[in-house]
Ligand binder design. Structure first.
Ligand code: NFE
Ligand code: MG
Length: 569
């Protein structure tokens, strides 16, 4: 039995520690600990709920925007504001641009190097790489000289000892299985994806002034003016710019990202039966397609229990609770409680060992993340949960079509989806579906403008005097990493309580009061580890969830050293 500690886990957002017991070359038990504390929920208390989005958005700079929109949805529910159609379309575009951007960044820049050996790519034959590239896609950057150029550029870096951020990776690990040419192809696309990042996210600059953290949100709608007769509003020129950015993005996703996922997956098919985990999946659903009170959603809502795709339950938000049996918090009514976020409490109380420590005690409290539960059950959230719910609901048809295509290309059945590789494939399929929908939302916006519907905000509920003295609202959303909820209690015009349960809280949470592990912990069990000194395989399963601890935490220094002082004039 070997005890492995990975701390910090890198190529994620925030601070994650994972400990694993490895016996006979396989993980038998794992523990997931977030080692930093979030205080945003406390910072929001007492503030004007119309300002909450601007603070909440700062929970994270990776899933930027999603906390702003979840916050606004929660406040709108509480006070009864109803955003007009243009605001719905603008939000759908900002959110989907965020997800498409984030998924591409995740695949190439956070996850690919778990599967792609950069040093081995240097031995590739550029002519064979060119044939491989042309056999899987019609992407134009595929000539022998192009790949020779990338190889020589990388070689020069390595020879000068300038591997930089790539210096400490596990190059040459026996679990790397791609031939040199596939490695070179992926490394080339890693570099091209850096360019994609920069270009595609201009959509946020157009719609929200900047990225991360677009600035055009407003309770009741959006602050993005829409007017074809104005140079300083969203007009036909900016619509054309959006159409071009979306078309270019679609080109990259369908001709580079999706084919790369399929090509790489074909060498790692054993990872379709590794990393399954708890087998419960939950999606709140998102992307309202109309302006009814209960709108049709592009990605449907649902809960799957025990991998049973034959039965999708509707999500009942009242069944959501958070436990703290293994989290560094106190509950006023006792630590054994399971509190719905409307009654949620955030009282930090660190009882762990003084850092640096050798190991955490799984029988005690061991994480800053709480354990969310749905009707007492742990749930995996994220692209895989969304695609499974959509696949089994048959909506949208495009999801079923793409999932079936991926499964038949790889020659595997639907059970292959419950895996490390399944999460990667689901993320790519979702990206394709969303980037295709973006063009439609841009056109809908242009049509509204042509009909001279320029409304972007319902301001009838702007004044606090129009609100009930005491009101509650919850905002739900599908963030890149999964189901996100914000809960707000407004009392006499200001925030009395604010609670967020984020995707990485669901996935990265510790054991609950009955000792049941969270999704990361469960998924790691059964993961092979060839060399405990280089736990590459542990990273593969962890990264397949796309962890973001920043969403779950906030800066603290355990020695109580002052990190920064912020002065508000
Ligand atoms: Ni910071 Fe986030 C997403 C949210 S957390 S990345 O996506 O909400 O899992
Ligand atoms: Mg919380």
């Amino acid at each position: 039995m070997v005890h492995i500690v990975v701390d910090p886990v890198t190529r994620i957002e925030g601070h994650l520690r994972v400990e694993a017991e490895v016996d006979g070359g396989v993980v038998t038990e794992a523990l997931s600990s977030s080692t930093m504390f979030r205080g945003i929920e406390l910072i929001l208390r007492g503030r004007d709920p119309r300002d909450a989005w601007a603070f909440a958005q700062r929970i994270c700079g990776v899933c930027t925007t999603v906390h702003a929109i979840a916050s606004i949805r929660a406040v709108e529910k509480a006070i009864g504001a109803v955003p007009p159609p243009n605001a719905r379309l603008l939000r759908n575009l900002i959110m989907s641009a965020q997800v498409v951007h984030d998924h591409v960044v995740h695949f190439y820049h956070l996850h690919a190097l778990d599967w792609v050996d950069l040093v081995n790519a240097l031995t590739a034959d550029p002519a064979k790489t060119s044939s491989l590239a042309q056999s899987i896609s019609e992407w134009p950057l595929s000539s022998t000289s192009y790949f020779a150029g990338v190889r020589d550029r990388m070689k020069a870096f390595v020879e000068r000892g300038q591997l930089g951020i790539f210096a400490n990776a596990y190059w040459g690990h026996p679990a790397y299985r791609l031939p040199p040419e596939a490695n070179l192809l992926a490394v080339s696309h890693y570099l091209e994806a850096l360019d994609f990042q920069r270009r595609f996210i201009k959509i946020h600059a157009i719609l929200g002034g900047k990225n991360p953290h677009p600035q055009s949100f407003l309770v009741g709608g959006m602050a993005t003016p829409v007017d074809p007769d104005s140079q300083s509003a969203l007009n036909m020129d900016t619509i054309a710019a959006l159409e071009k950015l979306v078309a270019d993005g679609m080109d990259f996703v369908s001709r580079v990202y999706l084919p790369d996922v399929l090509a790489i997956a074909s060498y790692y098919k054993d990872w379709t039966s590794i990393g399954t985990g708890i087998g419960n999946y939950m999606a709140y659903g998102d992307y309202p397609e109309d302006d009814n009170e209960n709108p049709a959603l592009l990605l449907p809502t649902g809960v799957i229990h025990g991998r049973d795709l034959g039965k999708i339950d509707a999500v009942d938000h009242a069944k959501i609770t958070e436990q703290i049996a293994h989290s560094w918090y106190d509950y006023s009514g006792g630590d054994g409680q399971a509190l719905n976020p409307f009654k949620g409490e955030t009282t930090p109380h660190y009882t762990g060992p003084k850092p640096p420590y050798e190991r955490l005690d799984v029988t005690q409290k061991y994480s800053w993340i709480k354990s969310p539960r749905y009707g007492d059950e742990p749930m995996e959230v994220g692209p895989l949960a969304r695609m499974l719910v959509a696949y089994s609901s048959g909506r949208p048809a495009r999801v079923k079509q793409l999932v079936d295509k991926v499964l038949s290309t790889l020659g595997v059945g639907p059970d292959a989806l419950y895996s490390t590789l399944g999460r990667i494939a689901a993320r790519a399929i979702e990206t394709q579906v969303l980037v295709e929908s973006m063009g439609r939302w841009v056109r809908d916006l242009a049509e509204n403008m042509a009909r001279r519907d320029f409304r972007v905000q319902d301001n009838s509920k702007w004044e606090p005097s129009s609100w009930p003295n005491d009101c509650f609202g919850a905002g739900f959303l599908e963030a890149p990493r999964g189901a996100l909820g914000h809960w707000v209690h407004i009392s006499n015009g200001s925030i009395a309580n604010y609670q967020c349960v984020v995707p990485s809280t669901w996935n990265a949470g510790p054991r609950d009061a009955t000792g049941r592990p969270g999704p990361y912990e469960a998924a790691l069990v059964g993961t092979p580890v060839a060399n405990p000194a280089q736990p590459l395989e542990i990273l593969r399963t962890l990264h397949s969830f796309d962890p973001c601890m920043a969403c779950g935490v906030h800066v603290v220094d355990a020695t109580k050293r002052e990190l920064a002082r912020v002065k508000v004039a």
